[in-house]
Design a protein around this ligand. Structure first.
Ligand code: ZN
Length: 459
């Protein structure tokens, strides 16, 4: 086999986000094939062979690529609707539109969501997809195809809903699958697409949508399916006070106790939101190593509340960041969530001590890798790990007068991405996507959004 080709990045600041938060004011990173080979202060070692590219990182900060842990790609074509609603009212307003999506729409929406993620420094994306209308085509296949084309590492959380209005749930009857249908389709998606190997580009998780749209049987049997297949489990949890009331009325307990009773706490589980958690809920997550996808912008958009991230971190709960679907976070950018996680949590009980810039960067990188079960592969810049990294430009008007690069990245405006590598391969160069025609995707997503609106209006 030919020796691995090397990319050498020099003269940049580096925040490794390793266990000691090691940083270099000026340093280098050597990438060999799809792995980080070496990094450190000063110049790269001399005499390296097979160097195909040298990058001058002057004025830049190198960090691990950002990891998004919660999203709903299809919502890219239903942005800007029901803008003054809380979660339940917003869902009821949008279900009739969402129930009419098809493969062509979902593919375009996935392209749009992925493009926005990648150009903002995301190297590992995820999609929690839970709307599968009858006859809508191969939605999972279309989403995975879009991720492969964009060049990012990807987890598809195969979602499902089977508790509709007639069973006391929130979605309309026509928007849900049957219990048997959802389980069979989820298992087929795992069998067809899940790659368990080190460095996998595509992984699948089992992901019933939420306590108020899913039967107890689907949660229980979904957990059994995931553990039989050795894949991770994902769902929404403890998002709003209304959800908490729903669980108490229907199940006689709060969401966390309900999840525990259905097998949904564990180190192979991560849950979106977790806003309404008391001390014993947080202790249960810490004891079981259940992960959290913190989505501060979406929680603010839907007036859900402030998740207790500082308390979760102090207790030892793994926490990553998520944009959530773009119908509740129209920007669809993860790098702004670093800033919003810090700002929103400072509005909570811990005030200015809630989070600092380095903790926010850790949430968006290593924390995300932890909750996706990939901390040994990605999330920090260390020799032997996969070469998923971002070179942020910090020497322009937006950031040049901020001395500390991590402060500039987290507190400042969204920084331009000069280079991002996924698995050692460039995905973004000078703020432009290399594998996706951004303007073409802008046109197709607008056309699909209009087509969906027309179909919904006719129904
Ligand atoms: Zn969500």
């Amino acid at each position: 086999m030919a020796a691995a080709q090397r990319i050498v990045i020099e003269n940049c600041s580096i925040a490794t986000v390793d266990a000691d938060d090691t940083e270099y004011a000026t340093g280098y990173v050597v990438v060999a094939g799809n792995r980080i080979e070496s990094l450190g202060a000063g110049s790269a070692p001399e005499g390296l062979e097979n160097v195909v590219r040298r990058v001058d990182g002057t004025g830049h900060l190198a960090t691990p690529g950002l990891v998004n842990t919660h999203h709903h790609f299809y919502q890219w074509i239903t942005r800007g609707l029901a803008t003054d609603h809380n979660l339940f009212n917003w869902l009821v307003a949008l279900y009739p539109t969402w129930a009419r999506i098809d493969e062509q729409m979902v593919y375009a929406a996935a392209q749009g969501s992925l493009a926005m993620m990648a150009r903002g420094g995301v190297t590992t994306a995820m999609d929690h997809h839970y709307v599968f209308p009858k006859g809508s085509g191969d939605l999972s296949g279309a989403i995975i195809r879009a991720a492969r084309e964009a060049g990012v590492r990807f987890t598809l959380a195969r979602g499902s809903m089977d508790r509709s209005e007639k069973d006391g749930g929130l979605p309309p009857d026509f928007a849900v699958e049957t219990l048997e249908g959802a389980l069979a389709a989820t298992e087929a998606t795992v069998d067809e697409h899940h790659d368990a190997s080190f460095g996998a580009m595509t992984q699948i998780a089992v992901a019933p949508c939420s306590p108020f749209s899913v039967s107890t049987e689907l949660l229980t049997q979904g957990a059994e399916l995931a553990r039989r297949k050795g894949v991770r489990l994902h769902t929404h949890g403890s998002e709003t006070v209304e959800e908490e009331q729903f669980c108490k009325e229907l199940f006689g307990m709060g969401p966390t106790d309900y999840f525990e009773s259905t097998g949904w706490l564990g180190e192979d589980v991560w849950m979106a939101h977790c806003v309404h958690m008391n001390d014993s809920d947080i202790a249960a997550f810490a004891r079981t190593r259940t992960g959290v996808a913190h989505c501060p912008s979406s929680n603010a958009r839907l007036a859900a509340g402030i998740a207790r991230v500082p308390d979760m971190l102090a207790a030892g709960v793994p926490v990553g960041l998520g944009v959530d679907g773009t119908a509740s976070n129209e920007s669809g950018e993860l790098h702004t969530e670093l800033r919003n996680a810090l700002l929103v949590n400072r509005l909570g009980a811990h005030r200015e001590a809630a989070l600092n810039a380095r903790q926010a960067l850790r949430l968006g990188t290593f924390g995300g890798a932890q909750v996706l079960g990939r901390a040994a592969e990605i999330g920090s810049l260390e020799p032997g790990k996969l070469a998923d990294l971002v070179l942020w430009r910090l020497d322009t008007l937006a950031h040049a007068s901020i001395a500390d690069p991590v402060t500039a990245l987290v507190f400042g405006a969204a920084a331009p991405v000069t280079l991002s590598l996924v698995n050692g391969l460039p995905v973004v160069e000078n703020s432009r996507l290399l594998h996706v025609d951004e303007d073409a995707v802008a046109r197709s997503t607008r056309a699909e959004a209009q087509r969906l609106a027309r179909i919904t209006a006719r129904a």
